[in-house]
Ligand binder design. Structure first.
Ligand code: ASP
Length: 316
């Protein structure tokens, strides 16, 4: 295959902000080749042989943790899931002490999810491993945006000039932030659709168009990306009842009819059916690509692990 081998300039993947379109495109090309291998049932068991990958999750996860685990194992790494509820972190160990422990264990690749924005970046300064941010607070979730872009590209060919509507709880969404940076870098037009209470203060600086009316915001969209209402991060009444929210901002087939007839519907999961998305849309056989997002998540994470492990070798 003819593509330039992707490089992640910092040797870590902490955020999409700061990555340029050639880096992103090369990473997506490599992920695409892993997606094809995965579909053919082929693996590359020796690429990460002898490497240790630790999944360090301070917050719940189903898809992301499992998908990094599968990706690491398919490439031959030794994968360890550090469950925080069983670890000494709960006994008061600081993040920096955890970093020293991980260094002593010669960890090569560290996948971190943390409730505090910036925690993976702090760890990256202290550990010898390559660090991948698997979601930090409301900051970024870079592999989610990359797997979303891979999924979109498979359906729409190119991201440039596509209209992508991101809808729902933008304020608390690290997925939205990573996607806004990625889609902007790749030349897509981003619309945010949300009630004023669920839009971040800095929205004016993000290079996006804001809509409060879902039908207007969806008009002509190529991609509709729904977000979960993150009640665990909300203080007080930022939204009315779930029923009211669904009426104005929940995606059903009637509201979807305002988007392009061949538009695709995405959701990073976990979904709140009947709150931000109706089951008829979530399970739609042609419009919903939510299952494919999960499939692309494995391929994309294989590409990220591959690239970071190669740069480890260079620095070794
Ligand atoms: N799974 C995504 C995240 O960790 C989205 C969500 O939780 O709603 O950010």
């Amino acid at each position: 295959m003819s593509f330039s081998y992707p490089i992640l300039p910092t040797g870590h993947l902490l955020a999409i902000e700061g990555l340029e379109s050639p880096h992103i495109a090369a990473l997506l090309d490599l992920a695409e080749s892993y997606a094809l291998l995965n579909r053919q049932g082929k693996t590359q068991r020796d690429l990460l042989r002898g490497r240790t990958l630790i999944n360090l999750f301070f917050e719940d996860s189903t898809r992301t943790r499992t998908s990094f685990e599968i990706a690491g194992k398919r490439l031959g790494a030794d994968v360890i899931n550090m469950s925080v509820s069983n670890s000494s972190v709960n006994k008061g160990e600081t993040l920096l002490d955890t970093a020293s422990t991980l260094n002593a264990m010669n960890t090569d690749l560290l996948v971190v999810r943390h409730a505090q924005s910036g925690a993976p970046a702090l760890l990256a300064q202290k550990v010898t491993a390559a660090v991948i941010n698997a979601g930090d607070g409301t900051h970024e979730h870079p592999t989610q945006a990359l797997l979303d872009a891979l999924t979109i590209r498979r359906h729409k060919g190119d991201l440039r000039n596509l209209i992508v509507a991101i809808c729902g709880d933008i304020t608390h969404s690290r997925v939205a932030r990573s996607n806004i940076h990625l889609l902007g870098a790749m030349g897509a037009e981003v619309r945010l659709i949300a009630p004023p209470t669920l839009l971040p203060a800095e929205v004016g600086r993000l290079g996006v168009t804001v809509f409060h009316d879902m039908r207007k915001g969806l008009a002509g969209a190529d991609v509709v990306m729904m977000l979960r209402l993150q009640r665990e991060r909300m203080s007080g009444g930022m939204v009315p009842s779930a029923r009211e929210f669904f009426r104005f901002y929940g995606l059903d087939m009637e509201k979807l009819s305002f988007a392009k007839p061949d538009s695709i519907v995405m959701h990073p999961g976990p979904m709140n059916r009947g709150i931000e998305i109706d089951s008829a849309v979530a399970d739609h056989p042609t419009r919903s690509v939510i299952g494919e997002q999960v499939e692309m998540g494995v391929a994309l994470r294989m590409a990220v692990l591959d690239v970071l492990a190669r740069s480890l070798r260079r620095h070794a």
